[in-house]
Write a protein that binds this ligand. Structure first.
Ligand code: GLY
Length: 434
């Protein structure tokens, strides 16, 4: 279908990358984004409707009848936005609530995988803290405790001692710091290895993998400090060989989609598998029901095909007709954040230098927490920009990204200095071998 009128939902770097890619589609006629950010405003008309205002979004879509709605963040999906849009007769890329439970409930996912013989790790589900703690004492540490539901990215504790694990159980189930999301906890064995992300497009039957990526969750260099939404990312992943990649797609992700289908749940959208490469083979640590952030910022620049055509095919159940083409180039994204993130930080700092940064070859600056105030670009969130560069090697992509970062400034700006360093090292070790 041509002359597509599309509504994109969300306001982060992921949504800017989506808007940037969609804007290059010959099939696109009009793009709106709710609520968007200052960077997305270059490609879309912004709507003053929050991504979590389901009533507002459904009312707008019902009145304006876009040809497709693309949902960026997980929360509206978990809360049933796709169901409501579908009921209103509006096509949507993003899973319905029953399928979004793959991210919305850790217990659901573990139990689904176990029912279908796809379980990859030992786990147990508890609704009372006494039994949960008894289980922890029996199993010993290290051990992983997860709040079952959506806990704003803070619901996972990798506990190195039994006491730490028990304390987290109490915080979830007794103190109820995550509300209902922590009333059930899932306790899992602790797996060790390098982590990477494999995302797929799926129409509920066909699964088309995107290129893999590896992100940096901790705030500090050398993977220190608290977890964040992601401080940087790169693609491809040198440590993930083709055989392992194919194994994860065909033996884990594809059967997961089929398992859902067997239970009457059609998953349409992006399925994100957080994979850990253990000495015993790859294991899926978690599923997310959406594109990753900042993973999308390094994956979409490598997509040579028309994103809108792929998403339309997924929604129409025609993904088997599509063959996305990916570039072999390397892509690196460095997140520039507000000082203090992921804890307290200030907003409203004037941002300069993005134009200079984007004059560099193969550099694109994706906005996350930015806004226009009195004609000036200012910070409005923890993660502010995703400075992204392509190159024929990781060394080139990385140096372009950091050169671009050096041209941008805002007060109390913070970024990691070691993004993609291990990919550059892997690349140079590889060169020495060949
Ligand atoms: N970067 C991690 C995520 O999107 O969940």
């Amino acid at each position: 279908m041509n002359d597509m009128r599309v509504l994109l939902i969300g306001s982060g770097g992921r949504e800017h990358a989506l808007a940037w890619k969609l804007a290059s589609s010959p099939a696109l006629k009009e793009l709106w984004c709710a609520p968007g950010n200052a960077g997305i405003a270059r490609h879309a008309r912004l709507l003053d409707i929050a991504a979590e205002d389901l009533d507002g979004l459904v009312a707008w879509a019902t009145a304006h009848r876009p040809d497709l709605v693309i949902v960026g963040p997980e929360r509206p999906l978990i809360r049933g936005l796709a169901d409501r849009l579908t009921a209103a007769g509006v096509a949507v890329y993003g899973p319905q609530a029953a399928a979004a439970r793959l991210e919305g409930s850790k217990a659901f996912t573990n139990e689904l995988l176990a029912r279908h013989g796809l379980g990859q790790k030992e786990f147990a589900v508890f609704t009372d803290p006494v039994s949960a703690k008894a289980y922890i004492r029996r199993k010993g540490a290290p051990i992983v405790v997860k709040a079952d539901g959506d806990a704003f990215g803070k619901g996972v504790k990798v506990a190195s001692t039994v006491a730490e694990a028990e304390e987290f159980v109490d915080r979830c189930m007794v103190d109820k710091i995550f509300g209902p999301a922590g009333e059930t906890v899932v306790i899992e064995e602790c797996l060790f290895g390098q982590e990477c992300t494999i995302k797929v497009f799926t129409d509920g039957e066909t699964v088309l993998p995107m290129v893999p990526s590896q992100d940096y969750k901790r705030v500090g260099d050398g993977d220190t400090g608290p977890n964040t939404g992601g401080m940087g990312c790169y693609s491809p992943v040198p440590v993930l060989d083709e055989q392992t990649f194919a194994y994860v797609v065909t033996r884990i992700i594809q059967p997961t989609v089929r398992a859902l289908a067997d239970e009457g749940i059609r998953y349409v959208g992006t399925l994100y598998a957080g994979v850990i490469l253990t000495p015993k083979g790859p294991r899926v640590l978690e599923y997310n029901c959406r594109f990753g952030d900042p993973e999308t910022q390094v994956v979409l620049p490598r997509l040579e095909s028309d994103l809108l055509e792929i998403l339309q095919a997924a929604v129409g159940g025609r993904l088997q007709e599509v063959r996305p083409q990916w570039s072999d180039r390397r892509c690196v994204c460095v997140v520039m954040a507000s000082g203090g993130y992921p804890e307290e930080y200030e907003k409203g700092k004037i941002i300069t230098g993005i134009g200079d940064a984007e004059e560099l070859e193969d550099v694109v600056v994706f906005h996350a927490g930015t806004a226009q105030r009195d004609g000036q670009l200012v910070t409005s969130g923890g993660r502010v920009l995703g400075v992204t560069a392509l190159g024929n090697s990781f060394a080139t992509a990385r140096s372009r990204a950091y050169e671009a970062v050096s041209r941008i400034s805002f007060e109390k700006c913070y970024y990691r200095r070691d993004i993609a360093l291990r990919a550059v090292e892997a690349e140079s070790n590889d060169e020495r071998v060949t």
